[in-house]
Design a protein around this ligand. Sequence first.
Ligand code: SF4
Length: 441
Amino acid sequence: MPNRVAFYTLGCRLNQSETASLERSFQAQGYRIVDFGASADIVVVNTCTVTERGDADTRRLVNKINRVNPKARIALIGCQAQIQKEQLAKLPNVRFVVGNARKMDLPVILRDVQSTDSDKSAQIIVPAIPRTSFTQAVAGIDRHHTRANLKIQDGCDFFCSFCEIPFARGRARSRVFDNIFTEARVLVEAGHKELVLTGINLGAYRYQQKTILDVLDKLDKIDNLERIRISSIEPTTIPFELIKRMGKTKLCRYLHIPLESGSNSVLKAMRRKYTTQEFADFITRSRRAVPGLCIGTDVMVGFPGESEKCFNETFEYLSNLPVSYFHVFSYSDRTLNKSRTYADKVPHNIIQQRSQALRNLGQQKRRIFMESLLGTRQKVLFEQKKDGLWTGLTDNYVRVKAGSQKNLRNQLLSVSLKQISGQAITGCLAPKLTGTGKKLR
Ligand code: SF4
């Protein structure tokens, strides 16, 4: 039986979380997980379609797999498989195209489907995505990272005009409440000290009467779990009660809240649910309430109809907004997004110029935030040693480097922050080591 399987994950943290669970399911079926690029019988690519680049990355990866591993059978799963199944099925050596509704069943599909070498055509398995609550049987212990992702939600009902995620991931649905903690305990038992809550629209979590606050409160009680982090969360879905838990519970002083544009007319055309004033008020209030709070955001450049005036408004707005960093994305038409039909597309060269201007501003924001931490002592969860220094993250998402002869992997230690060096701060370990060094299994 072919039993070596390799994985590659494109796109978001939710995809990473699902790949980690899938790896464990394959192991349970007797497969051996090998690194991507090593000789494998099956190569699984968990795809992304949020940008044109995500689509192109899949084709590039398929070509690479065929060069390095010409006999491997390729399974393309996830968001791009959901939306572009026919196109993906035509790529060389692709034997399985599996959408989001069935991708977690891939080991079972492979076991049940008789695919012989004489049958080179791809099996397309892309049924409609159900709207019901879900459970996840296998814990996504992540052997590559000290932090583990914990999926609690999937899908979205918002239908922003630039986004095809509601088509790729289906409508908003939540994980069965108790099932979340079954996985969380396994992850902590395996050595993970930080769990990152993941979903498409996390703040939309609803299971019976439970909300994301209930999830946080119950996670907070798990022994040996040191940190809970929220990944991206939509601005209109964050209860201020959540902010109040930061610094007082295990919830990290960190939020990533997508803004998308600093122009109200663009936000309206995007069908976002807030104004620039409402967004700024929330950020300002939160930063006042939680010292050291890191808030990052996403900005999209070149949405149809984004005039010079709209872009200048965005630049000015971001210059004054107390965010700690931001990511800049270029708009692109997608297969199913509403805005692909909008007029006044912004030329590619203008998008590039605007993106560069914003990226420069983003660098300044990040530096200002890092400077505010110099001279303080922060807890760092160390991940790996690189170029002679251990590196890890503070709870407020700043990369820190420190020297030590000891093995600091997966240790949570106090560090005095001394000096900015590129995208990180170098520091000295506080004399008394306060962490415990449980290894990841
Ligand atoms: S909130 Fe908007 S941008 Fe985010 S996933 Fe939903 S539709 Fe897409």
